[in-house]
Design a protein around this ligand. Structure first.
Ligand code: PEP
Length: 256
């Protein structure tokens, strides 16, 4: 059975002092949860060293929200995957829709970043998902297929051990609008079938596929009960310890 993962993407919230406070609340709250899957928090880069101290010795994992494609050198403002690993990260989010939209990142950059993450020993969380207009035009599956096809076959060392996929319909991110469990499951099943073609049936069966888009403690149980949803990538709700812990509990109960 695939292990669940609940990943909190803190985005550009919580500098070191606030991050320590929230990480401590999450860590302490999770003490009472008999985790069967994984729980991960992804603070802003500058807060990683402080949060690392808080999560040390706890099952709470640490991740980053982005990494550079290059390993080192003249890339002002960038942070290499190897540096994130050295700072205690086990995971890195790649291709979040906000980076697709605001930084105009491309498939070639995603491939290079995922390869860089793998070379540094990090698990890449690769995000994909359609825009509202694309869904309304009946193109959701075509868009998702194109996003997966443009990246995954080109990754050098793709495996379920080093890669997690996150289906994040853009219309559901930060909007309060969640895909219904049925719609989310339909897209996850579609993505898993596409993955089987692109990476083989075995990899598709073992790779974790998270759902992201306004996940809350109150809707997580129904989403995670779907057979192809292996946890969540959580934005807004990960900024409140009680909400995030509720979502982690829902993931645990879904695979009890
Ligand atoms: C996200 O940013 O990946 C996300 C899913 O955000 P939210 O949970 O706030 O919709």
């Amino acid at each position: 059975m695939r292990k669940t993962l609940v990943a909190g993407n803190w985005k550009m919230n919580n500098g070191p002092a606030a991050a320590v406070k929230l990480a401590r609340e999450v860590r302490d709250g999770l003490r009472a949860v008999d985790l069967r899957g994984q729980a991960l928090i992804c603070p802003p880069c500058v807060s990683l060293p402080a949060v690392r101290e808080i999560v040390a010795g706890s099952p709470l994992l640490l991740g980053a929200q982005n990494c550079a494609a290059a390993a080192s050198g003249a890339h002002t403002g960038e942070v290499a995957a190897g540096m994130l690993a050295e700072a205690g990260c086990s995971h890195v989010i790649i291709a979040h829709s906000e980076r697709r939209q605001h930084q105009r990142e491309t498939d070639a950059e995603f491939v290079a970043k995922i390869d860089a993450a793998h070379a540094a020993g990090l698990t890449a969380i690769f995000c994909f998902g359609e825009l509202l207009g694309e869904r309304r035009a009946g193109q959701a599956q075509t868009v998702v297929r194109t996003q997966l096809e443009g990246v995954l076959p080109h990754v050098k060392r793709l495996s379920p051990a080093n890669t997690v996929l996150a289906y994040e319909p853009v219309w559901a991110i930060g909007t309060g609008e969640t895909a219904t469990p049925e719609v989310a499951q339909e897209m996850h099943a579609f993505a898993r079938a596409a993955l089987a073609e692109l990476a083989g049936r075995e990899a598709a069966a073992a790779m974790r596929l998270l759902y992201g888009g306004s996940v809350k403690a109150s809707n997580a149980g129904d989403l995670f009960a779907q057979p192809d949803i292996d946890g969540g990538l959580v934005g807004g709700a990960s900024l409140q310890a009680a909400e995030f812990i509720g979502i982690v509990r829902a993931a645990r109960d879904a695979r009890a």
